[in-house]
Design a protein around this ligand. Structure first.
Ligand SMILES: [Fe+2]
Ligand SMILES: [Fe+2]
Length: 326
């Protein structure tokens, strides 16, 4: 059996006493073997799973062709959590699930895989958001779907808004926000965060992550993309909440006061705008991190170090988010 036909998953991803929808394998490096541990349709007993987690067994594997089934399995689990009646259990389990999903995506060992896994992350979030949307009014639901299509066309980076939305939702979930309302607002704000770039010349929007590469006039244009975003929504008569507006106008502000456009400082910056900022940076790293095996992990470490040390993000928030990835 060739290991390259398998993908590692975290044992944290698995839920005891629930039928698995894929074959589960163990890698035995000493025997140079991968063995099937549980068949599709089988379950892991609570006690056994607890033992595995205690013993730090994290190296379950599944076949690559089962990855889709695995993604749906995880998405269903999140969906169930959003509806969980006990807030304390819900919160604890949400942290574990979000962490499991994010680490199994970001710790894959090659960059093509990480990009493929981002697609899965998007599917997980769409299932999650769909269940969240069940509980909101049909008008809001329609608006959301429209926004989703709209923002997909709205920028140069085809997948960027959807990726940022998925990451922002999972991060929010993982640090303890699990109400329908908040998750919907975050998803919406993240989808729309860069909508204003659509109004800028391509040379400007292409340097959205590197303002210093632009001449002063172009930089000013870039600094305006949040405001432009609000104008676009206004023209299209799309009504959004204050949280969504803050995400659009503040996702480049920094806790240290050196962000743009307003140079807001500290707790004047909306927390969800900061979460979207982190998701934005993460998507940028994934798209540009190159191909060497451990470079993604190194770059994530550098990114979180910077966000924290330079106080780009409120330090305790930066730490809580970092814990979900590393
Ligand atoms: Fe932006
Ligand atoms: Fe962005």
């Amino acid at each position: 059996m060739e290991l390259q036909n398998y993908v590692p998953i975290q044992s944290l991803d698995l839920e005891a006493e629930r039928a698995i929808t894929f074959d589960l394998y163990l890698n035995l490096p000493l025997n140079k073997k991968v063995i099937r541990y549980r068949k599709k349709g089988g379950t892991l007993e609570s006690q056994r799973l607890a033992q595995l987690l205690d013993g730090n067994v994290t190296n379950f594997w599944i076949r690559k062709e089962d990855y889709k089934a695995f993604v749906m399995y995880v998405a269903k689990r999140l969906q169930a959590l959003v509806e969980h009646p006990d807030p304390v259990t819900q919160k604890n389990m949400a942290v574990v699930s979000a962490k499991a999903i994010l680490t199994s995506t970001f710790q894959a060992n090659d960059s093509a895989m990480v990009k493929a896994l981002m697609g899965n992350l998007n599917e997980i979030t769409i299932v999650l958001i769909d269940s969240v949307l069940e509980n909101i009014s049909p008008i809001r639901k329609k608006a959301f779907r429209r926004l989703m299509e709209f923002s997909d066309k709205g920028t140069d980076f085809h997948k960027h808004p959807v990726n940022v939305s998925s990451l922002a939702v999972l991060i929010s979930f993982g640090i303890g926000y699990s109400t329908n309302k908040i998750l919907t607002e975050v998803a919406m704000g993240a989808l729309l965060h860069d909508i204003g770039l659509a109004r800028l010349p391509a040379r400007v929007s292409a340097s959205a992550h590197d303002p210093l590469a632009l001449n002063p006039a172009d930089r000013q244009l870039l600094y305006d993309h949040g405001q432009k975003g609000l104008e676009i929504l206004d023209e299209k008569s799309i009504v959004v909440s204050e949280i969504v507006k803050s995400i659009i106008t503040q996702h480049h502000e920094q806790f240290n006061g050196f962000g743009y456009p307003a140079g807001l400082r500290g707790f004047d910056i909306n927390e969800f705008a900061q979460i979207v900022r982190v998701a934005d940076e993460l998507d940028h790293v994934v798209r540009n991190h190159g191909d060497s095996a451990d470079s993604l992990r190194r770059q994530l470490e550098t990114l979180f170090f910077q966000l924290h040390e330079e106080k780009i993000i409120e330090p305790s928030l930066a730490n809580r988010i970092r814990n979900l990835f590393l």
